[in-house]
Design a protein around this ligand. Sequence first.
Ligand SMILES: NC(=O)C1=CN([C@@H]2O[C@H](COP(=O)(O)OP(=O)(O)OC[C@H]3O[C@@H](n4cnc5c(N)ncnc54)[C@H](O)[C@@H]3O)[C@@H](O)[C@H]2O)C=CC1
Ligand SMILES: O=C([O-])C1=[NH+]CCC1
Length: 315
Amino acid sequence: MSGQPAYLGADTVDKYLDYQTLIPLLERALINFSSGREGGVVQPIRTIVPVAKYSGFLGVMPAYSTMDDALTTKVVTFYENKTASDVPSHQATVLLFEPSNGSLKAVIDGKVITDKRTAAVSVIATKLLKPSSAEVLCILGSGAQAHSHYQAFTQQFSFKEVRIWSRTRENAEKFANSVEGNVRVCSTPQEAVTNADVIVTATMSTKPVLYGDWVKPGAHINALGACRPDWRELDDILMKNSVLYVDTKEAAQKESGDIVLSGASVYAEIGEILKGTKPALAEKTTIFKSVGMAIEDTVSAKLVHDCWVKSKAGD
Ligand SMILES: NC(=O)C1=CN([C@@H]2O[C@H](COP(=O)(O)OP(=O)(O)OC[C@H]3O[C@@H](n4cnc5c(N)ncnc54)[C@H](O)[C@@H]3O)[C@@H](O)[C@H]2O)C=CC1
Ligand SMILES: O=C([O-])C1=[NH+]CCC1
């Protein structure tokens, strides 16, 4: 190995990952992923190690992009019950390797990458699937993903109203006070989603928080939680009466409790819609169920590293 690997912390990652750059990069990655061998993405289903004693999980997410010549693995932990309020429920590190010889080039904070790339992918899905006139955005949950989705969505779309619901009103109010712009705090999830055009479910719930009976026909839902086969965020009615899109069919059908337990069938990967091999069906009620993909971390980490190397060269 030539020299020590670099360490790029959260501030550096945050500085170089802007949505304007990230969104087209991730669109390409999603297309490559859904293009089979031709797309040059190697991404096995992630390995998840349950840490049952503490209701936690450790996930290992490797990927190689031939097109980007980028090789990484993310190691992510997520815990159902936060033990201390200053420890995030999700923590992650991305290891970036030199693909030509396997040397470790950099250790990169993975928390900001996870927060931002997940929101950017939801933006991509929403651009394709939202109703033509989308005025009301609703976010269920007030944690890290709720914040990154708020930032990305208010930057990329112009909603007339944004609503938030969280398990405690205090958390929802804290969220509303911490962001720029007006956010309506709602007391129940039903109040928050009624007549919403775009809904984001960003909770750690293991039981449904969003019910089909509440959702306006034609709305678009980005569902990012419930990444375990026995966890739910959405009820059976919503799952069965909507058109279902995923990031990866293989992983979603194994990991997503909303899919496994409802028996709903997947219509398409978002990469297939971006490629144009399947039509978007935006006039229907649509769900983008994401479980998160390693290749999203790979291209994001490479972007951060490339920007950092360029900045050093200019020093
Ligand atoms: N699809 C993807 O690519 C990714 C998905 N995620 C998932 O997104 C979800 C949110 O993640 P973070 O914002 O990082 O977590 P967080 O811990 O920062 O926030 C979780 C939110 O869920 C709420 N919550 C917890 N239990 C609940 C329950 N039983 N009912 C309703 N609300 C509940 C909390 O009060 C909090 O507002 C998690 O399920 C996580 O696993 C996270 C990273 C990537
Ligand atoms: O893609 C990801 O990093 C994760 N998805 C669910 C938990 C973490």
